[in-house]
Design a protein around this ligand. Structure first.
Ligand SMILES: C[S@@+](CC[C@H](N)C(=O)[O-])C[C@H]1O[C@@H](n2cnc3c(N)ncnc32)[C@H](O)[C@@H]1O
Length: 249
């Protein structure tokens, strides 16, 4: 990822982390992980590291792994007491059965072959270890707009640029196919109504423009509409967030 792309991603992650309900959602993921006092919980695709710090605060032994050196550097800077390592979700720097918990938040959609990552999750998890996957389905962003047709184009064309855009709706089947048991799925909808969500909306349109999916004039008009909505308290976006949990046999 280019520096610009990663900076935009960090800005968007900060928006999501600061949104109403985000704390409760992460707390729910920790609850579903059921961390054991002496067990290792791995947060795969840990990004800027908040979950690792929060798990450690709850008494868990947590480690964050991310493929991006920049993310790992920022995570270490933000959470100096946290443990973070570079590594790939499909080749984790962990021994067989070393972890009792595996968490991946907004990560599985970034992988071209989610099944490989889940096979790797099974390898590093001990028997009865828990896995929790969270994330959005890129085809189901609900955004009020003055131009619904252009909005549909933006949402779908942006989704087409994600390696596995509909991974979240497949969490249950992916977990079952990988051999996990006791699979559960919850859906929590995040609602955004103010200008804090503008960086995410702007990125949707700008990314489509960069890839030729919409024109510069369309991107400009669509972003201006969202900015005006934020200014007049008429911005509305809803994003269903899927959370699946399961147990390693
Ligand atoms: C959308 S961010 C989510 C970060 C964090 N989990 C959160 O919820 O804020 C996705 C993260 O997954 C990381 N990532 C992408 N592909 C990966 C891979 N193959 N292995 C490990 N991490 C990966 C990215 O570098 C990025 O930090």
């Amino acid at each position: 990822m280019s520096n610009e792309t990663i900076e935009a991603l960090i800005a968007q992650l900060d928006v999501v982390d600061g949104s109403p309900g985000a704390d409760a959602l992460r707390a729910r993921s920790y609850e579903l992980l059921r961390p054991l006092p002496d067990g290792l919980v791995v947060d795969v695709g840990c990004g800027t590291g908040r979950a690792v710090a929060e798990l450690a605060d709850r008494g868990a032994r947590a480690t964050g792994i991310d493929v991006s050196d920049q993310m790992i550097a920022l995570a270490r800077q933000r959470w100096p007491h946290g443990e973070f390592h570079g590594g790939d979700a499909c080749a984790l720097p962990l021994r067989d059965g070393q972890a009792t918990g595996y968490r991946a938040d907004k990560v599985i959609h970034a992988l071209p072959d989610p099944g490989r990552a889940l096979a790797e999750a099974r390898r590093v998890l001990a028997p009865d270890g828990r896995i929790v996957l969270c994330g959005q389905d890129w085809d189901t962003f609900v955004i009020d707009s003055t131009d619904p047709e252009l909005t549909r184009t933006i949402v779908h064309r942006r989704a087409d640029l994600v390696p596995s855009p509909r991974a979240a709706r497949r969490y249950r089947n992916l977990l079952l196919d990988a051999g996990f048991r006791d699979v559960t799925v919850e859906v929590h909808t995040a609602v955004f109504t103010d200008d804090s969500f503008l960086p995410v909306l702007t990125n949707l349109a700008e990314t489509c423009r960069e890839h030729g999916a919409i024109t510069a004039a369309e991107a400009e008009a669509w972003i201006a509409d969202q900015q005006e909505r934020a200014r007049t308290d008429r911005l509305f976006a809803a994003v269903p967030l899927f959370m699946a949990a399961a147990t390693n046999p």
